[in-house]
Design a protein around this ligand. Structure first.
Ligand code: SAH
Length: 227
């Protein structure tokens, strides 16, 4: 058999294997644990997570755990990603700010759920890799070209004032305190979700209604610290 035919066949088998793992991930890790948002479940079924994890971990891409990226970062556990996205009550028209691009996996999910995604990552080499991940042909084949994403290298504490206000803000690294600049960049009626504190660390939801800010503690979590 010519080499090309072999490699095409190999790719087919690989994608079938990952598809089954992905469907199982959604059923067993997300639906069974109470994720109900059909939009969130559907983008997590569609988005190949294995295209975002480092080569060495590709066989664990759909495991129920976070996985290591470069620069002591991690791609978050699928359940926690789904939980945060569901809690944000994302709308088609939303403009969303993401802090901690990491692999770009969550960025890709957001881009399929809302109008505009702005993502900030402090590690330049992760931004480079995330952009590469987001432009992969295999990803585009599954979810289409994601044209509504802007990524920059920077300190997420400061937000992205030129693009504010944001309807939703999602922070993927643990904060010592609620970043003031980000609260200022949140639109009226907007929601922000963030891991707060260390040992114990809690996921906190912040809702802005005019001058009033309401915060709700959701659950204990374990994220890498926001630097
Ligand atoms: N959501 C990502 C996982 C992010 S892990 C994914 O799906 O892959 C948290 C990320 O926050 C890490 O990549 C880390 O480098 C980044 N980070 C840490 N401190 C930061 C800061 N001050 N500003 C922006 N990004 C930061």
């Amino acid at each position: 058999m010519p080499f090309e035919a072999l490699s095409v066949r190999g790719e087919y088998l690989d994608s079938d294997r990952f598809l089954q793992q992905r469907l199982d991930m959604v059923t067993l890790q997300l639906e069974r644990r109470g994720i109900r948002s059909q939009q969130v479940l559907s983008v997590m079924r569609a988005t190949p997570r294995h295209l975002f994890v480092p080569e060495d971990f590709i066989d664990r891409a759909y495991f129920d755990t976070p996985l290591p990226l470069a620069a002591a970062s991690t791609i978050s556990q699928p359940y926690i990603v789904a939980y945060m996205l569901e809690k944000l009550c994302l709308q088609d028209s939303d403009r969303v700010l993401e802090i901690g691009t990491g692999s770009g996996y969550q960025t890709a999910l957001l881009a399929q759920l809302v109008a505009e995604v702005y993502s900030i990552e402090i590690e330049a080499r992760l931004v480079k890799q995330a952009m590469k991940n987001l432009k992969q042909k295999d990803l585009q084949q599954e979810v289409g070209t994601l044209k509504n994403i802007q990524v920059k290298v920077g300190d997420g504490h400061l937000g992205w004032s030129e693009k504010a206000p944001f309807n939703k803000i999602i922070i993927s690294a643990a904060c010592n305190s609620i970043p003031r600049d980000l609260v200022a960049q949140l639109a009226d009626g907007g929601r922000m979700i963030l891991p707060l504190g260390s040992l114990p660390q809690y996921l906190v939801m912040l809702e802005k209604q005019g001058p009033h800010i309401e915060t709700t503690e959701l659950c204990a979590v374990s994220f890498v610290p926001l630097r």
